[in-house]
Design a protein around this ligand. Structure first.
Ligand SMILES: *Cc1c(COP(=O)(O)O)cnc(C)c1O
Length: 400
């Protein structure tokens, strides 16, 4: 070690161990260094007993995984680069050629797109079921059904399904259930303990939403309570190379301690705005599972028992049929605090108009005629958001 650059790279100084601060230390690695060949040969990437390669975990990802599993009441967790890749990891892991997957008709759109695309190219069929009718799900289950996706509520039309009954029907037939739990975030209900001794087998979450809370990170989690199922998913996770970046892990670890406070704040503002919308003449229907009269309200009440009944900061409205698309677009364009953009869970309020005809195989009877507009309520003062909605409605829709 005579040359300076070599001495620099192999510098012998090691900082004392035992450093503690409020934030978890962030470790970055592709390469993990082993002390000897025996250690290199014997370490098992599948368990948290040691480290083998950055893709298979670092102290930072292990800590985040454990905290997220605790949040959702699970036992194991995998991190993936986005919420959608968590969905893909589950479907690609559990389904093979000849199998069928059942997906709720109001599911997060790209979950359906994956089934229509890659899954169908690979000989895996799918059916979209009516989430509000457990008999419809049961009627579609066959010997080929290997996986049932669940979502509560649907993230655009906000219907809350009878989650307990849907899980019971799948359990009775021995079919694996996977829940997209992005809305509940582990804070509105416990996906593995829904009541009556029932729970889902897998819960995925887009950490992009509430766990991140910033609108600036993409990540997903796949949580289980069964070690065998976890190891099956982990194998696919490894083969697909679904690594996450340490900077993103840091951002989520930093945001997690405030997740409950943020969730409650989003919830309170969204409910206040949803109730305000119910009073407006321009609006035919307000879709928010915590509002009596909203589709599936009683199921929300039965399932979302944590903290006296919580909900995410999302709701949709259906503008009256008399408004054409141009007027609805003008309403969205007239908003100033609500920005046009996808996703939710961040500090900025968002709005998106949806074309339901392109999203649903059947327009459900519980939705009135008109155009659906979804709001993600941010952390701005609710009075300002209310004023923004009022001025946009007045400017774009109220004829005078
Ligand atoms: C956003 C979202 C996803 C996907 O998350 P990404 O990180 O954007 O891929 C999945 N499911 C639901 C319900 C979502 O809202």
């Amino acid at each position: 070690m005579s040359e300076k650059i070599t001495r620099l790279i192999h510098h012998p100084y090691e900082a004392p161990t035992g450093f503690q601060s409020p934030q978890v230390g962030i470790f970055k690695a592709s390469t993990v260094i082993f002390p000897n060949v025996a250690a290199l040969r014997s370490r098992d990437w599948r368990f948290k007993s040691g480290y083998t390669y950055g893709l298979h975990g670092t102290p930072s990802t292990f800590v985040l995984e454990e905290r997220l599993a605790a949040l959702e009441g699970g036992a194991q967790c995998l991190l993936t680069p986005s919420g959608l890749s968590s969905i893909a990891c589950v479907s690609l892991s559990l389904l093979r050629h000849g199998d069928e997957v059942l997906i709720p008709d109001n599911a997060y759109g790209p979950n359906k797109a994956l089934a229509l695309g890659e899954l169908s190219h690979w000989g895996i069929s799918h059916q979209f079921y009516d989430p509000m009718n457990p008999a419809d799900l049961v009627g579609r289950i066959s010997a080929r059904t290997r996986l049932v996706w669940l979502e509560a509520p649907g993230s655009v039309t906000m219907e809350f399904p009878d989650l307990i009954e849907l899980v019971r029907c799948c359990r009775e037939k021995g079919i694996t259930t996977a829940l997209d739990n992005t809305w509940g975030a582990g804070l509105a209900f416990q996906p593995f303990e829904l009541g009556h001794g029932l729970g889902v087998d897998i819960s995925i979450q887009a950490l992009t939403k509430y766990p991140s809370g910033g609108g600036d990170v993409l990540m997903g989690s796949v949580i289980t309570r069964d070690e065998k199922l976890h190891l099956l998913l982990k194998q696919t996770h490894m083969r697909l190379g679904l690594g996450v970046g340490a900077n993103d892990v840091e951002a989520i670890l930093r945001a997690l301690p405030s997740i409950e406070l943020r969730y409650l704040a989003h919830d309170q503002s969204a409910r206040q705005l949803a109730r305000w919308c119910e009073q407006r003449d321009e609006i035919a229907q307000v879709l928010h599972p915590a509002l009596p009269g909203s589709p599936g309200h009683k199921h929300w009440k039965a399932v979302c028992t944590v903290g006296g009944g919580r909900a995410a900061g999302l709701f949709s409205i259906i503008l009256k049929d008399r408004y054409n698309q141009a007027q609805v677009d003008r309403f969205c364009d007239s908003l100033s605090l609500f920005k046009l953009g996808y996703s939710w869970g961040g500090p900025i309020s968002l709005v998106v108009p949806y074309d339901l005809a392109a999203m649903r195989s059947v327009r459900p009877k519980h939705l009135t005629a008109g155009t659906v507009v979804r709001f993600s309520v941010g952390l701005e003062h609710v009075a300002d958001l209310e004023q923004d909605l009022a001025q946009a409605l007045d400017r774009a829709l109220t004829s005078s």
